[in-house]
Design a protein around this ligand. Structure first.
Ligand SMILES: Cc1cc2nc3c(=O)[nH]c(=O)nc-3n(C[C@H](O)[C@H](O)[C@H](O)COP(=O)(O)O)c2cc1C
Length: 325
């Protein structure tokens, strides 16, 4: 299946693995890229730019296919060394960068000069248009269903994707709630040229996370995520657990007076304990509603081949309807 996205990124299938904190290591990205999708390393999971350089080199040892790096711009006081991160990406020979969080205008000229394609992840049509106007090559449109940060507008993908299609000139991929061949065909029907998945890729054999995380996703239904940090306008969709229920209790108690410090125990620095040690109640971790559609732990190749096969079957069936009609 050729689309503007497969052509732009030089990949076989229009499927991207979105950047994920403490999941997007070299093993994850290489497995997705080797299966014909676009695997993405998460820059901020690496402690230093030198570590990112090593991670990119490790990934390139595992695959000859294109890989991407996610650069998330966080609303933080101690900003990471973004110029050094960008330098590591350029010198590492990476061909695609997924930006997220804030507008990437500061780093865009350096990436473009190096011939790197930039896909910006956004949760609103106005942000997608902004990304287009500053020169991003593509956008990833993240609906309200998504794991991680869905923004504050709460527009699900059945509205957001066709809205994006009506306004954008650059290609875009759907993101949030995507799991299988049905998701891919629906995304194409709504105007996207591919799809991005986060949560689905965590429940794969190669995902370098503790088995408890994979089991929690398989066990969860679509009812098991919660939105946290809304009072801080930093909303995150997470898997519910004891720490999240306590976080929500604190949010309710503090109301409009809530400060980040009040919930620091539940959100700060918890990812290594969850993703690496499998301590599933250590704190809040991003997870999409799509957990309700995830019932197995395939290899990335089995997952992607299965998606493409199902998509082709659906398209053939639809063609059959059209011919019969
Ligand atoms: C555990 C986890 C960690 C994530 N970390 C990041 C991140 O660091 N930066 C980012 O841009 N997106 C992050 N995301 C969002 C994903 O890249 C992707 O946009 C999202 O998962 C899509 O929704 P889905 O989970 O329904 O597929 C994360 C998602 C998950 C599930």
């Amino acid at each position: 299946m050729k689309t503007a996205i497969t052509e732009m990124f030089g990949i076989e299938h229009p499927i991207i693995q979105g950047g994920m904190h403490y999941v997007g290591f070299a093993e994850m990205a290489a497995a997705v890229s080797n299966a014909g999708g676009l695997g993405i390393i998460t820059a901020l999971t690496q402690k230093t730019p030198a570590d990112l350089t090593n991670e990119i080199a490790r990934c390139k040892d595992m695959t000859d296919k294109p890989i991407g790096v996610n650069v998330t711009f966080l609303p933080t006081v101690n900003a990471p060394d973004y110029p050094a991160i960008i330098k590591a990406i350029i010198e590492g020979g990476v061909t695609v960068v997924e930006t997220a969080g804030n507008n990437p205008v500061q780093v865009l000229p350096y990436l473009k000069d190096a011939g790197i394609k930039v896909i910006h992840k956004c949760t609103a049509v106005r942000h997608a248009l902004k990304a287009q106007s500053i020169g991003c090559d593509a956008v990833s449109v993240d609906g309200f269903e998504c794991g991680g940060h869905p923004g504050e507008d709460d527009i699900p993908n059945f509205i957001l994707l066709p809205r994006a299609a009506d306004e954008l000139e650059i290609p875009f991929v759907s993101s949030g709630g995507m799991a299988d061949g049905r998701s891919l065909v629906a995304s194409l029907a709504l105007g996207a040229q591919g799809m991005n998945m986060g949560t689905r890729f965590i429940a794969t054999k190669e995902a370098p996370v503790h088995e408890n995380v994979k089991a929690a996703i398989v066990a969860a239904s679509e009812l098991d995520t919660r939105l946290v940090m809304r009072p801080l306008r930093n909303t995150e969709r997470v898997m519910t657990n004891d720490a999240v229920e306590e976080l929500l209790r604190i949010e309710k108690e503090k109301g409009a007076d809530l400060k980040f410090e009040d919930i620091i125990e539940q959100v700060a620095g918890v990812y290594p304990r969850i993703m690496m040690e499998g301590d599933m109640d250590a704190g809040a971790w991003s997870c999409g509603m799509v957990a309700g559609l995830i019932n197995d732990i395939p290899t990335c190749k089995e997952l992607i081949d299965g998606i493409m096969q199902q998509a082709e079957d659906i398209l053939a069936r639809m063609n059959g309807y059209a011919a019969a009609g």
